[in-house]
Structure formats: structure tokens, C-alpha cells
Design a protein around this ligand. Structure first.
Ligand code: FHN
Length: 480
């Protein structure tokens, strides 16, 4: 009997094993791949996840030329102007001697971000040019040696924190100002020595930022795509651990380090490296299937690709409604949406951006319930807009009202059942009509928009729902 039991147990283990192996994502033992599979579950990360809307600020000495040099228009992103053949490097590297942003008022920026509805912000401490907006003791190329002198990073952190906005610090690994920086791995011994100095410099600066500004919530890395940096995966991983130990709860996205095989963002086993996916830059996923079940943010420019101040915006400039729709789409797929601003060389936020913050802020004042703390819900997306959900409320964020005025809800079997629908803005109730079932056996409902309702802007209808529909009835389906 005992023997039989043993054989049966062994057989069932053998049958079960391949299934388990298929379910596991990890197959190669990695020392420097993802250190966790699945989302972080701590309070800091949960807070980040619930932000919905953020503000990015790209500011540095590139704001002085503002995309023009000696009257010539730089067609690239303004913060890259130093790399342009028309821009003498020396002239660029000396721009800091003119950096005196008399109109910079961190409180004004923070108030504007608050009014827009941002819950967090990301600020460029140093971009690829290497100029530091804080008085770093590891280089002379800092704000302390500009005519302005004062610590800009510190002022931004104080002002935003006072407004209740979490601050994350952008840090570029690329540093065109440091003599040890290189994009290709060092070849000679001398190269290795200077590159090691650069690594040590980078480490010192990061430790300095966390020491000087302990209230920050995360580090937003950029410029980590160089082969030289990728080759340093074990060292970078160790540095990441050091930073996390120094600053418990620190949030770091997938742009900091690669695994030992040079894979970035997702390691060789397909698992996300660090806390959230940072690949969605100026781009949004289309469906939940594009997302691997991870946390993510989307950072978005107002023109097609300008981050720092460019005095001549060309091409399509996004409207507030386009940005609102992108934000809603991001949140409906469990992401955060971060809108970029590029203040000018004097510290002014440009009028076009101020206008956008006002318009987005007005919309957010009414509809923020559909954004903050909400997430994806398993209801089929419809052409009229997007669903977000928090507990027993589903938000229908409407961007295109169909000509028949009916907003279709297609709830899969066992999914939600709408009980009451009301405009979020005035709580006026709207009719829900049951519309039967479709061939996939989903329950169909229509929320009927009164003909008299002709809104000029996107709007939100909030549904009170039953957690799980008790309906079980099924149609007999004809075969195709
Ligand atoms: O090269 C930068 C660019 O200037 C800008 O800072 C963006 C922001 O995400 N990041 C890099 C391009 O991916």
C-alpha cells in the first residue's frame, strides 16, 4: 500500500513538474537580473501607483540658447543642442556663467503643478551636459559657480513638498562634462582608470543627492544605454542596493541598470528590473496585454520631442484634451502619466504650458476621482473612451459620444453589474438600459446620454456597481 502511494505521488509530481516549469518565468540563474518577480507591495510604492498624474521638469543651461544658436534653428530636442555641429562646445560649456534665472520661483511652479492636479514631479538635477542644479561638491560645474549661486534642486524639493507633491530626482548617467565619461567600454589601462573615476564620481553624486535631500521619493535615471555602463552591471547593481539601503522605500525605475547579459528594462528571463517599467516614453500601450503586469509610467512631451525649453516649438503641439485623454488611457491601464515642462532661461514657465496646466487643472478639479487611486478594470474598452475603477465605483471617461447617445458597457460573464450611473460633475443620474448578451456571453448595458447634454469637453460618468454579477444564464450559441 505504502509502495503504491509512493508511486502515485512520484507520478503526480512528474506530471505536475513540466506545468510548473512552464509557469515559472525564470529559467536562467541571474545574479544581477530582477531581484523580485511581481510588483512591490510596500506603502511607498502603493502611494506612487495611486498618483495618476505627474509633472516632469527639464531645466538647465540649455534653456539659455533655447534651441537657437546665432539665429540658427536647432531641429533636435533643445537639451541636446550641445551635440549639434553648429554649437561650439566651448561656448556651450561656458553658458553657466550667464545662468541667472531672475524669475525662478519654485513656489510658483509648485502651485501651478498643484493646480494642474499633479501628485508627483520629476526634476532634472543634471542632464547629459553634466551641469548640476545643486551645489555638488564633486565638480565645479554646478549652480554654485553660476551668477545665480543658490541651490535650485533644494528650492524645488521644498516648494513641491510643501504643496504635498512627491519629488523624484532625474539623474543622467551620461555626463559630457566629466573627463572620465565615455559611451564605449574602456580599452586601455588609462581608460579604465578614468572610467573608474567617473563611476566613483557618479556614486558620490547619487549618495550626495540622497544625503542632501532625504525627503525625495525616487531617482529617475536616464542615459543608461551606453555599452560602457551596461558592461558595469554588477557594480551598478551593488550601487543600487547601496542606495536602497541608505534610503528605505526609494523608488527606482527600469532605466538604471542592466543584467549581466546586457539586457535592459527586462532581464534575460523577461522579468522587470527594478520597480517600474520606464520604456513608455512619448508612447502609450494599447492594451493591458502590452504591459506584463508591471507598474509603469509614461513621460510625455507637449510638442513631439522637446523636453528642455525650445523657443520655437514646431509641428503638432498637444492640446489639453489630448493630454487628458492620454492620462486617462495610462491610468486605465495601471500607469502614471507625466507631462513635461521646459522653463526658459529666466525661470518662466512658458505661456503655452501655463495655459495647459490651467485647462488640465480645471478638468481635474471635477474629475480627479476617476484618476487618483484608480486602476484597470476588466470591462471591454469601447470607442467612446475608457474605464477606470476604484472599489465599487467604475468611472466611464467619455471622449467621443456616439451619434445614438448610447455608451455601451460590455461586462464579461462574472464581471461587474452597473447599478446606478451618474455624471460625476453634478451627480445627475443617467439611465442604464440592459441590452442583453452578445455572442461571447458578456452582459451588455447602455448608459443613455440625454439629448440635451452637449458637453464641450470630455466628461466622466460614475457607475455604482455590484462587485460580481450573479447572473449565470447563457444563450445557446449557433456554431460558425
Ligand atoms: O535624451 C534624453 C532626453 O533629452 C530626455 O531627457 C528624455 C526624457 O525621458 N530622456 C532621454 C531620451 O530617452
Amino acid at each position: 500500500m505504502k509502495k503504491n502511494l509512493f508511486v502515485i505521488t512520484l507520478l503526480s509530481l512528474l506530471i505536475a513538474m513540466p506545468v510548473q516549469a512552464q509557469n515559472r518565468r525564470s529559467s536562467i540563474a541571474l545574479k544581477h537580473g530582477a531581484h523580485r518577480v511581481g510588483k512591490r507591495t510596500d506603502a511607498e510604492m502603493q502611494r506612487w501607483r495611486e498618483h495618476g498624474l505627474g509633472q516632469f521638469i527639464h531645466w538647465g543651461i540649455y534653456a539659455i540658447p533655447g534651441g537657437l544658436w546665432e539665429g540658427k534653428y536647432y531641429p533636435g530636442a533643445a537639451e541636446w543642442i550641445r551635440s549639434w555641429k553648429e554649437m561650439p562646445k566651448d561656448a556651450y560649456d561656458n553658458l553657466y556663467k550667464q545662468f541667472n534665472p531672475k524669475n525662478f520661483d519654485a513656489k510658483k511652479w509648485a502651485k501651478q503643478a498643484k493646480d494642474m492636479g499633479a501628485n508627483y514631479m520629476i526634476f532634472t538635477t543634471k542632464h547629459h551636459d553634466g551641469f548640476c542644479l545643486w551645489p555638488s561638491k564633486y565638480t565645479d560645474y554646478t549652480i554654485a559657480n553660476s551668477p545665480y549661486k543658490k541651490d535650485i534642486v533644494g528650492q524645488v524639493i521644498d516648494a513641491y513638498t510643501k504643496e504635498g507633491i512627491d519629488v523624484h530626482l532625474y539623474f543622467s548617467i551620461i555626463d559630457w562634462n566629466h573627463k572620465g565619461y565615455r559611451s564605449s567600454p574602456p580599452v586601455t589601462t588609462q581608460d579604465s582608470i578614468t572610467y573608474n573615476q567617473f563611476k566613483e564620481f557618479t556614486r558620490n553624486q547619487l549618495i550626495e543627492l540622497l544625503t542632501n535631500y532625504p525627503s525625495i521619493k525616487g531617482l529617475w535615471f536616464d542615459g543608461s544605454w551606453d555599452k560602457a555602463w551596461i558592461n558595469e552591471a554588477p557594480w551598478v547593481d551593488e550601487l543600487g542596493n547601496e542606495l536602497r539601503t541608505m534610503h528605505p522605500g526609494l523608488i527606482i525605475g527600469s532605466r538604471f541598470r542592466s543584467d549581466e547579459f546586457g539586457k535592459r528594462h527586462y532581464d534575460t528571463n523577461g522579468d522587470l528590473i527594478d520597480d517600474y517599467d520606464q520604456t513608455w516614453e512619448r508612447d502609450l500601450p494599447n492594451s493591458i496585454e502590452d504591459l506584463n503586469g508591471v507598474d509603469w509610467d509614461c513621460v510625455m512631451t507637449v510638442p513631439e520631442n522637446q523636453w528642455g525649453y525650445h523657443s520655437e516649438w514646431r509641428g503638432h503641439i498637444k492640446s489639453s484634451y489630448e493630454l487628458i485623454e492620454m492620462m486617462v488611457k495610462a491610468v486605465s491601464l495601471n500607469g502614471n502619466f507625466v507631462i513635461n515642462f521646459g522653463p526658459d532661461g529666466l525661470g518662466n514657465i512658458r505661456p503655452e504650458e501655463t495655459k495647459l496646466t490651467k485647462e488640465i487643472g480645471e478638468w481635474m478639479k471635477i474629475n480627479h476621482g476617476a484618476i487618483y487611486g484608480t486602476s484597470y478594470t476588466d470591462i471591454k474598452k469601447q470607442d467612446w473612451g475608457y474605464f477606470t475603477r476604484k472599489g465599487n465605483k467604475v468611472y466611464m471617461c467619455v471622449f467621443n459620444v456616439p451619434l445614438n447617445g448610447r455608451l455601451r458597457i460590455e461586462s464579461p460573464k462574472g464581471g461587474i453589474k452597473p447599478l446606478k450611473a451618474a455624471f460625476l460633475s453634478n451627480q445627475q443620474e443617467v439611465e442604464i438600459q440592459s441590452a442583453g448578451r452578445n455572442k461571447k456571453n458578456s452582459s451588455l448595458y447602455d448608459v443613455v446620454i440625454p439629448e440635451s447634454y452637449q458637453p464641450a469637453e470630455p466628461f466622466v460618468i460614475v457607475l455604482d456597481i455590484d462587485e460580481i454579477s450573479k447572473e449565470t444564464g447563457e444563450y445557446q450559441q449557433a456554431k460558425i
